[in-house]
Ligand binder design. Structure first.
Ligand code: EPZ
Length: 417
């Protein structure tokens, strides 16, 4: 089991290149299932989750080649419609093959993703929506088995709660359905733009992306796509938090500040200087941070995927902060690990009360999930002494070469077995 080791106390300075967005790349990879024409993706991040998704597509019979930050996917030879548990259990995003498989082949058998550390992660909204589009389905021994013997047809879909992959699954399914689909209470996360671009290149007519009402009508899926993935706004926010905790002056090359407007306002309010600069975002911080109240919310609110990271910042802020986690029911596991480093955090249901302390102290901690591991890296950068983070594989799911990027700006961070 690999550990990430950090010797805290180094200010960061220099340039970090931001990678392509994981949560944009995965749905675009899934969209290739809709066609037998080869598709190309650029600026794809080198991550465990991307490798895992490529493995899942290959298990269906697709030809996938991942090279330096690009992917070629040919689904003309897909012959299986079953996504098996041993692949799906590692990555909830595997559910993104359900919509395209059902739309193209009229059937799909996908293992229920199972819960993950941050919550139960149900897929009832996905299933209900596909049934409204003409599919029939049943849960049987851990798999969702869906059939659309007469093909899918357009429908008006209302999501009770905003669901990012639910919106993406229906966008893909609707691209091969007969007639028009309108999605109400659709997700507005920017990562959906890449998927919509790919589907439009394939011949789907889509309006309303970025709003809560999206309409989809297929024209003729006569093309593949060549799509470039947007910069990762969650990786960007993670490094902004890192500078807030360890202090310093860093340029995030390739970052797009427009993808993070609300979080950037919040980072500025606690004392991190964030501004647009040529080629990206410049971030600097020299003073003790201020406390703040945060509610996580669907886009454009404060992203749940940046909650663990800013909790590390607030552990060292002046005063008492609180965070209300509105999206997932169990996304505070990093709090217990931060407390082992000396943080003063009380959890009360979906609320965390963080009383800032003067110092965090390096010790052995354990990563429980992807963003929790990023939170521990941030805390380790600011801590006095050496922090050892167990289960380093979590961080590799969503961050490309994070130690290399941080070492390049002065952090003392390495990996040991
Ligand atoms: C996406 O997950 C992201 N993953 C998550 O990022 C992100 O945290 C989440 O959206 C929220 O922004 C990808 O895009 C691959 P949801 P997703 O469906 O789509 C409930 C990361 O760290 N819900 O928007 O699975 C659900 O329980 C990951 O990169 C249902 O009840 O999340 C949650 O409370 C973690 N039934 C809320 O909706 C459903 O059928 C939002 O979930 C679907 C969702």
């Amino acid at each position: 089991m690999q550990k990430i080791v950090i010797e805290g106390g180094c200010e960061l300075s220099g340039v970090i290149k931001i990678s392509g967005a994981k949560n944009a790349a995965l749905p675009v990879m899934a969209a290739a299932i809709l066609t037998d024409i080869p598709c190309h993706i650029d600026n794809i991040p080198e991550l465990r989750d991307v490798d895992g998704f490529a493995e899942l597509l290959s298990s269906l019979g697709a030809k996938v080649s991942l090279k330096e930050h690009s992917a070629d996917i040919d689904c003309s030879s897909v012959k299986s419609v079953t996504a098996y548990y041993d692949l799906v259990k590692k990555m909830r995003a595997s559910i993104l093959v359900l919509g395209p498989l059902l739309a193209r082949f009229g059937s799909a058998k996908v293992s229920l993703p199972g819960g993950c550390a941050i919550g139960v992660r149900p897929i009832n909204f996905h299933i209900d929506a596909l049934k409204k589009m003409g599919a029939v389905g049943a849960l049987e021994n851990g798999y969702i088995n869906m059939l659309a013997p007469y093909g899918l047809h357009g429908a008006n879909i209302f999501f009770p709660k905003v669901t990012v992959t639910g919106t993406e699954n229906i966008l893909m399914a609707a691209s091969l359905a007969k007639g028009k689909t309108v999605i109400y209470n659709a997700a507005k996360e920017p990562e959906i733009i890449n998927l919509a671009n790919a589907l439009k290149q394939m011949g789907t007519h889509i309006t309303g992306i970025g709003s809560s009402e999206i309409s989809v009508e297929r024209e003729s899926l006569s093309n593949g796509f060549n799509e470039t993935i947007m910069p990762d706004r969650i990786e960007t926010g993670t490094f902004i938090s890192a500078v807030g905790a360890s202090k310093g002056d860093v340029v995030l090359e390739g970052a797009d500040i427009n993808l993070l407007s609300y979080p950037v306002d919040l980072y500025r309010s606690i004392g991190i200087n964030v501004k647009k600069c040529a080629g990206g975002i410049s971030v600097s911080c020299s003073k003790k941070l201020k406390s703040v109240s945060i509610l996580t919310a669907a886009y454009p609110g404060f992203p749940t995927d940046l909650q663990a990271q800013i909790m590390a910042d607030l552990s060292l802020a002046d005063g008492v902060s609180n965070i209300i986690e509105n999206i997932f029911e169990n996304r505070f596991m990093h709090a217990a690990e931060l407390s082992r480093m000396g943080a003063d955090i009380k959890i009360d249901g979906n609320q965390a009360i963080i009383r800032g302390v003067d110092y965090l102290y390096g010790t052995n901690v354990m990563a429980t999930d992807l963003r929790a591991s990023a939170s521990l890296v941030i805390a380790g950068l600011a801590a006095v002494g050496v922090t050892k983070i167990d289960r380093a594989y979590h961080i590799d799911r969503g961050y490309e070469k994070i130690e290399k990027k941080l070492r390049a700006v002065g952090a003392k961070i390495w990996r040991e077995n």
